[in-house]
Structures are given as C-alpha cells and as structure tokens.
Design a protein around this ligand. Structure first.
Ligand SMILES: C[S@@+](CC[C@H](N)C(=O)[O-])C[C@H]1O[C@@H](n2cnc3c(N)ncnc32)[C@H](O)[C@@H]1O
Length: 276
C-alpha cells in the first residue's frame, strides 16, 4: 500500500526529533528511495506498513535507522579548494606558531561524514607542518550516522572517492592500494579519532578545539537548532581558535558567539569572548 500524507508527516517529524534534520514536504519521495533497505531489514513489504510498525513501538534502533538513512553524506577530500588553501597558507601557520610551546593541537571535524575532511587536514599537517609530527595532535571527526563513522574509522576508500579532490602525489604518499581500494596510512589514521555525536543533542565530553570545521551541515537544521549548535561549539572553541562553515552557509544565528573575518573571498569565524 502506498504511503499517505500522514505517513510522510510522521516520518518528517521522526527525523526532526532524532537528528534535527528538516525535510521539506516537497522532498517526500526521498523517503521512498532512501528507506528501501531499512524497510527490508525490518521484514516489511512496504513503507506504509513500516510506518505502522514504527508508530507501534517506543523509539528504538529502527527509529534511529530511519534518521540515519535520511542523512546526506556528500563529501570529498579537500572539498572547497579555497578553504584548504586558506588553512594551509594562513590559519594553520598562525595556529602552529601560537601552539609551538604547548606542542598540542586539537581539531574537530563536526559532521565529518565518511572522514575525508579529517584526513585532508591530517595530510595538510603532515605535508606542510612536519614539526607537528612530534606534537600531541588529534583530529576528531564526529557524525550522527554510525555507518559513516565506521566507514571513516576504516579509512579505506574506493577509486571514485580518491579521484575526487585528492592530488595524485598525496594519494601515493599517504595511502596504499589494496586491489580496488586505497587505505589511509597508519600515521594519518593515528592522528584521527571518530565518534558518533548528534550536534543537536547534549554533547559528550569533548576537548577544547583550536580549529572547528562545521561545514555543509547547518543547512539541514532549523534556525533554533543552529543557535543551539553555535552555543555548544562556542564553548568548545579555544578563545584564539577558528571556526569554518561551508562556503554557501550563512551564520546569522552565530553573531553572539562568532565574528566573521574575510581573507580574499573566503570567510572564517573567530569566537567572541562574551558569547553566551
Ligand atoms: C553533507 S555532509 C558534510 C560532510 C563534510 N563536513 C563536508 O563538508 O564535506 C553532512 C553530514 O552531517 C551529518 N549530520 C546531519 N545531521 C547531524 C546532526 N544532527 N549531528 C551530527 N551530524 C549530522 C550527516 O550524517 C552527514 O554526514
């Protein structure tokens, strides 16, 4: 039996509660396409029946599986070249200089998807800031989806994924080929940790970070949830640290907590000291 409008309304509400992701009713057909494997795994023959099952149970792994299946995990190595150029030429040199006596760096890829963002930062550090090899450096990648967190932990990428954004020289230097796949080197893997975290829920204990990448995820949140996320991230950003958003993302809700700065036509944020 086909899904009714009230089935879709229930699914939209479920996703909003579980992951804070807003799905516009005009995109209802995404449920039909993306939930097929979840419906099958639950032993149901169609989405309408599956919705009845969800409605009859208290929130369980099935409800989480729906929210997880609806996430958009699009990412790539060195996504947005201008941002990575700015990090390499301006932001990381300044941070490395300021942390030279502490010899410690904490970087957070919040909404890290399958890990390419975290590993791109690890490659930048290894390639251009060799002294940090002897420092206490951790790059933390977090995402609401356990599936992509496990993918990132494995650090193994398909040809199509390494062909997107990763210069051939870096590929050969920092990854090894295993038949059709490429494995991140143990050295870079050791710099990165991955963890499942819902940015819109209560955050677990996380370190104060020198650099936070919150890119291409805000667009899925309501204005209220964006405000919550900025407050939480402000608390976890070093007073002299940096925040990066996605290129096309606006951050009106951030103004109490972060101040925008421009370098060329690329912008980044610095925490304001009286953020609340
Ligand atoms: C489009 S990807 C962006 C990946 C990477 N930051 C980039 O810019 O390439 C968005 C990611 O945000 C994650 N996400 C969505 N809602 C989230 C939430 N409430 N908490 C944490 N991560 C979330 C999704 O699972 C997805 O992997």
């Amino acid at each position: 039996m086909a899904c009714t409008e009230s089935d879709y309304a229930y699914l939209r509400e479920l996703v909003l509660k579980q992951s804070a992701n807003l799905i516009d009713p005009s995109r209802n057909s995404l449920f039909d396409a993306k939930l097929i494997p979840v419906v099958r795994r639950a032993g149901m023959s169609n989405l309408h029946e599956f919705v009845r099952l969800l409605q009859s149970e208290r929130p369980t792994h099935l409800h989480r599986a729906v929210a997880e299946a609806m996430t958009i995990n699009e990412t790539s190595f060195f996504r947005d070249v201008k941002t990575f150029n700015l990090l390499r030429e301006n932001i990381l040199p300044a941070l490395v200089e300021r942390r030279r006596s502490a010899r410690r760096l904490r970087i957070w890829s919040a909404a890290s998807s399958t890990g390419q963002e975290a590993y791109s930062i690890a490659m930048l550090l290894a390639e251009h800031f060799p002294e940090t090899a002897y420092w206490d450096v951790k790059i933390l990648g977090t995402d609401i989806s356990q599936r992509v967190v496990e993918y990132a932990m494995a650090g193994r990428y398909r040809r199509l994924e390494v062909n997107r954004g990763l210069p051939a020289r870096m590929l050969l230097k920092y990854m090894t080929r295993h038949e059709e796949e490429w494995q991140i080197s143990p050295r870079l893997r050791a710099m990165c940790d991955f963890q499942q975290v819902n940015l819109c829920g209560p955050l677990p204990s996380l370190p104060i970070c020198d650099l936070v990448l919150l890119r291409n995820v805000l667009l899925y949140f309501s204005q209220q949830d964006r405000g919550h996320v900025f407050r939480a991230i402000h608390r976890l950003t070093a007073t002299d640290g940096y925040l990066f958003l996605g290129n096309a993302e606006q951050a009106e809700e951030s103004t109490h907590h972060f101040q925008a700065e421009f370098s060329g036509d690329t912008f980044f944020y610095r925490p304001v000291s009286n953020g609340w």
